[in-house]
Design a protein around this ligand. Structure first.
Ligand code: HEM
Length: 513
């Protein structure tokens, strides 16, 4: 019986704080309204009380936002709960923000999922703009993403691709289908892990391999999730607890944390002198040991090491495998393109057993095929959200401080004003076109652009090119018995990155000599 009284008592003692909090909130909203009234904000659908436009997002927000932008224009304002969000859906608008206003917009919002998985924003991808982020990014560019570092690890990529081909050869011999979605994710994980962590996961059993794929997909779902706490600051956490999101996030965080700890333990037990060259984990552990100062108030700790490992693992593994998965899907649906690409690869490589990285420069049609595949299926459909650091004007509209910015790379890739017959898979559209994906052409924003653009482009793309070239060089591919091209499922699965919802199954066939 004491409990209700206690509860009542504590409610009574919190009442003055609650009432003054509510008044402050109301005052802030009135002030905000006043200042917004003087602002010319971008157009957008009218928001509902409390939820804003959240009900209009649906299961695949990039597609819903693209449809809304067709009605309201390429600079669209939506309210995600209480968070004003500007969505850019044209190359011109993206250029204006990511180039002209890069410095005004290059921070990241603080979100529940990204905060937890990045050990409170001490990674690179989700860290707010500032000295710490600048120093960490510089360090990783030199130590991990430099052309020298990437070229130095070519033997890893070639070995791992060869191992995959051997495995696929067994399916070809028995005439059985390969789950390419899983195999390509495994390849990407093995390469990134070996290059960055000095550890291969190739030897993992099926159960452990499946578990790793599950953890990565779950992490990306958490990073891309629309958590109630992000949109309803005062009570959203209650919704997240009831919906189970909070529990899922915690479980995923602990699974990943154990994984990083295992990598760190491997490095601590293993003597560095016994390996060829220190990898990024050695370097991070050295920084821990030296209590390196980063930015103004940051001493480098074990959490910093884990946060950087999270970036490399999640940013590097999934994106590359998604590009390969969609590319093989489009090729299976477009036999003309597959044949033309195989002819190019086989005539260039001749009788050699495998395509090597030296051959890649000559494969011009391969580059067109990959651009076309990434145009239709960019892995990060809305890039990674940014947040404005100051007020600025965009095409006459006011974009206030603290606004969230999303760039709809998926929509821009299908914009009929930029692309003729945009839904058609037609790599020849890039012939004689200067458009590239390295961040200077805003029609093709696969890796973002500006200060927050992806530092792993070279490392990611060399893996993708090598794998696709070898898969097509070594095997012909056909659909499983009873399936036609029209039957192929092209649905997207949602998260921070958009993968193929139904795994891609194809049958490898040894080509006739
Ligand atoms: C090949 C496939 C890849 C794709 C499509 C991709 C895509 C992206 C995109 C869209 C962004 C956000 C850009 C922006 O906000 O403007 C990004 C950021 C990032 N990517 Fe990649 N990425 C790939 C590979 C990699 C690899 C292999 C690594 C590392 C091993 C990596 C590490 C990062 C990091 C650390 C960031 C955060 C940059 C920052 O906020 O300063 N990425 N990537």
């Amino acid at each position: 019986m004491a409990l209700p009284w206690l509860a009542l008592n504590s409610v009574a003692s919190f009442l003055p704080f609650f009432v003054s909090g509510l008044l402050l909130l109301l005052l802030r909203r009135v002030n905000q309204r006043k200042s917004n009234n003087h602002h010319q904000l971008p157009p957008g659908p009218p928001p509902l009380p409390v939820i804003g436009n959240l009900h209009q997002l649906g299961p695949l927000p990039h597609q819903s936002l693209w449809r809304l932008s067709r009605v309201y224009g390429p600079v669209l304002l939506v309210h995600l709960g209480r968070v004003p969000t500007v969505v850019l859906s044209s190359a011109k608008a993206a250029r204006e923000v990511l180039k002209t206003h890069d410095l005004d917009t290059c921070s990241r919002p603080r979100l529940i999922g990204t905060g937890r998985l990045s050990y409170n924003y001490i990674d690179i991808a989700f860290a707010p703009y500032g000295d710490y982020w600048r120093e960490m990014r510089k360090l990783c560019i030199v130590e991990l993403f430099s052309a020298k570092r990437v070229d130095g690890s070519r033997f890893v990529r070639e070995e791992e691709v060869e191992a995959l081909l051997e495995q696929i050869g067994e399916s070809a011999a028995s005439g059985s289908a390969v789950d390419l979605s899983k195999s390509l994710m495994g390849l990407s994980a093995a390469i990134v892990s070996r290059v960055a962590f000095g550890r291969s996961f190739r030897g993992l059993g099926a159960a452990e391999g499946n578990m790793l794929v599950h953890i990565v997909h779950e992490a990306l779902a958490m990073l891309g999730s629309f958590s109630a706490s992000d949109f309803f600051p005062y009570f959203g956490w209650i919704i997240d607890r009831f919906s189970g999101l909070h529990k899922r996030l915690e479980k995923n965080f602990h699974e990943l944390d154990r994984f990083y700890q295992q990598i760190i333990n491997d490095h601590l037990q293993d003597h560095k002198e016994e390996r060829d060259e220190g990898d990024i984990v050695d370097l991070l552990l050295e920084m821990e040991k030296n209590r390196t100062q980063l930015g103004e108030n940051n001493i480098f700790t074990r959490d910093h090491t884990k946060a950087i490992l999270m970036d490399i693992f999640l940013a590097g593994v999934d994106t590359g495998s998604i590009i390969m998965e969609w590319t093989m899907t489009e090729l299976a649906r477009n036999p003309r393109v597959m044949k033309k690409l195989q002819d190019e690869i086989r005539s260039c490589v001749g009788n050699k057993k495998a395509v090597t990285e030296d051959d890649l420069d000559q494969l011009q049609y391969l580059k067109l095929v990959l651009k076309e595949s990434m145009r239709l299926h960019p892995p990060s459909v809305l890039l990674i959200p940014r947040e404005t650091m100051r007020h600025f004007k965009l095409f006459g509209y006011d974009i206030p401080l603290g606004t969230r910015i999303q760039v709809n790379a998926w929509g821009i890739g299908r914009d009929p004003e930029l692309w003729e017959d945009p839904e058609k898979f037609y790599p020849e559209r890039f012939e004689n076109s200067p458009i590239d994906y390295k961040g200077q052409h805003f029609e093709l924003l696969i890796f973002g652009s500006g200060r927050r653009g992806c530092p792993g482009i070279y490392m990611g793309m060399v893996t993708v090119e090598l794998a696709i070239a070898n898969l097509l060089h070594r095997f012909d591919w056909r659909l499983p018995d009873g399936m036609t091209r029209e039957d192929m499922n092209m649905e997207e699965g949602a998260g921070l990155t958009v993968f193929k919802k139904v795994p891609l199954l194809l049958v490898p066939v040894e080509p006739c000599e």
